[in-house]
Design a protein around this ligand. Structure first.
Ligand code: PEP
Length: 249
């Protein structure tokens, strides 16, 4: 039985003081022992948010990291730095990073491996454009992403990671994939993991849906057998996030 995981992706929002205030505002709203709750926050917010969340049920994630151990990589943050600061999860391969920062699957594969080596749990994002969906190549594209991003990653590590299926056309647009569309792809990702690894690994890996999740659609999406929670952008910055986390109450 997989525990649901609901993560907020704050993106480039919230100054450190705003971040601390948001943690305080949401504190009592996001209590739900049935699910793992994570805030993935901008790098500069990590330390104050880790402190603000001490003693709560909420874990902290980063939105990105670099794969090298340390050294002359101006502006980058290492997995070891995140771990030492109290981070437990890290988003890898969000479509905004793939698109705006030209992160490709070879780079993301290195990041996934480094995150795991450092003891962080990757939230590995994948998803198709509207054009790819209309061409009928959604699953081919996502299988390619998964295979490349996880190349050389051991089954035991895959079993512990989180994959977020995020159709690009649904991110920040207010257009949610239908529950059937989301379940079809999440199930397809699980089948892909079973094919590359084995059934036990596929049964263990947690697969989130992301793309305009809100208080009104979360319960229906999360009731699907292959959808193990959500990666939530816009709605994670307001009180609505509490309703999403408490979708089963
Ligand atoms: C995201 O940023 O991963 C996301 C799904 O955003 P939104 O919920 O705003 O569509």
């Amino acid at each position: 039985m997989r525990k649901k995981i609901i993560a907020g992706n704050w993106k480039m929002n919230m100054t450190p003081s705003q971040a601390v205030a948001l943690c305080a505002e949401l504190k009592d709203l996001v209590k739900n022992d049935d699910v793992d709750v994570v805030y993935c926050v901008p790098a500069i917010d990590i330390v104050p948010v880790v402190n603000a969340l001490k003693g709560t049920n909420v874990k902290v994630g980063a939105e990105n990291m670099y794969f090298e151990e340390k050294g002359a990589y101006t502006g980058e943050i290492s997995a070891a730095m995140l771990k030492d600061a109290g981070v437990e999860y890290v988003i890898i391969g969000h479509s905004e990073r793939r698109d705006y920062f030209k992160e490709d699957d070879a780079l993301l594969n290195k990041k996934v491996k480094k995150a795991i080596e450092a003891g962080l749990t990757p939230i590995l994002c994948c998803g198709e454009t509207l054009e790819q969906r209309e061409m009928g190549i959604t699953m081919d594209w996502i299988r390619m992403q998964i295979k490349s991003d996880l190349a050389g990653v051991a089954a035991a590590d895959v079993a512990k990671l989180v994959i977020a299926y995020e159709p690009i056309w649904a991110i920040g647009t207010g257009k949610t994939a239908t529950t059937a569309q989301a379940e079809e792809v999440c199930g397809g990702i699980r089948a892909c993991i079973a094919e590359i690894y084995d059934k036990a690994t596929a049964d263990a890996v947690r697969i989130q849906y992301g793309g305009s999740v809100n208080a009104g659609n979360a319960a229906e999406l999360f009731a699907e057998k292959d959808i193990d929670g959500g990666l939530v952008g816009g709605a994670s910055l307001k009180a609505d996030f509490g309703k999403i986390v408490c979708y089963n109450k």
